[in-house]
Design a protein around this ligand. Structure first.
Ligand SMILES: Cc1ncc(COP(=O)(O)O)c(C=O)c1O
Length: 126
C-alpha cells in the first residue's frame, strides 16, 4: 500500500465529463490525514490551494473503525440519495448471513469476540 491520495482535481474533471459516482474507501485516511482528520478530500485541498475540489466531490465514503480508532465496525457516509439503496443492501447482506462477509476471524479471536458478536457490532451507520 503506497498511501497515495489520488489526483482529485483530475477526478473532479472526469466526474463532470462522465457523471459517475465516486466512492472512496477511507479506511486508511479517515482521522489520519487532513488538518482535521477528514481524509483524502481535506488532505487534497490542504495541499493543493490552486487545485481545490468541491467538498461534495466524493459521493460515498466507507471507513473502518479498526485502524485510526482501534475499534470494531465500520461506517458508510454519503449523499442522502444513496441512503435507501445502502440500507437495503445492508439488510440483504444480513439476511444472507450478515457479518460473515466482513469477519476477519483471527482478528476477532485475538480480541475475544465471536463471529456472532461481530455481525451485530459491524452494523454500518448511514
Ligand atoms: C483499504 C481497506 N478498506 C477496508 C478495510 C477493512 O478494515 P476492517 O476489516 O479491519 O474493518 C481494510 C483493512 O485492512 C483496508 O485496508
Amino acid at each position: 500500500m503506497e498511501a497515495d491520495v489520488p489526483p482529485l482535481d483530475a477526478m473532479h474533471r472526469l466526474k463532470e465529463l462522465y457523471n459517475f459516482i465516486l466512492l472512496c474507501d477511507e479506511a486508511h485516511s479517515l482521522l489520519s490525514i487532513g488538518t482535521t482528520g477528514r481524509g483524502c478530500l481535506e488532505y487534497w485541498n490542504d495541499n493543493h490551494p490552486d487545485a481545490q475540489v468541491p467538498s461534495d466531490l466524493i459521493d460515498i465514503r466507507t471507513a473502518t473503525l479498526s485502524k485510526a480508532i482501534g475499534g470494531i465496525g465500520g461506517m458508510i457516509a454519503g449523499k442522502a440519495k444513496f441512503e435507501s439503496a445502502i440500507r437495503s443492501h445492508i439488510t440483504q447482506l444480513r439476511q444472507d448471513g450478515g457479518g460473515r462477509h466482513w469477519v476477519h476471524p483471527p482478528w476477532y479471536r485475538q480480541r475475544g469476540f465471536s463471529a456472532s458478536q461481530h455481525s451485530s457490532r459491524a452494523a454500518c451507520a448511514v
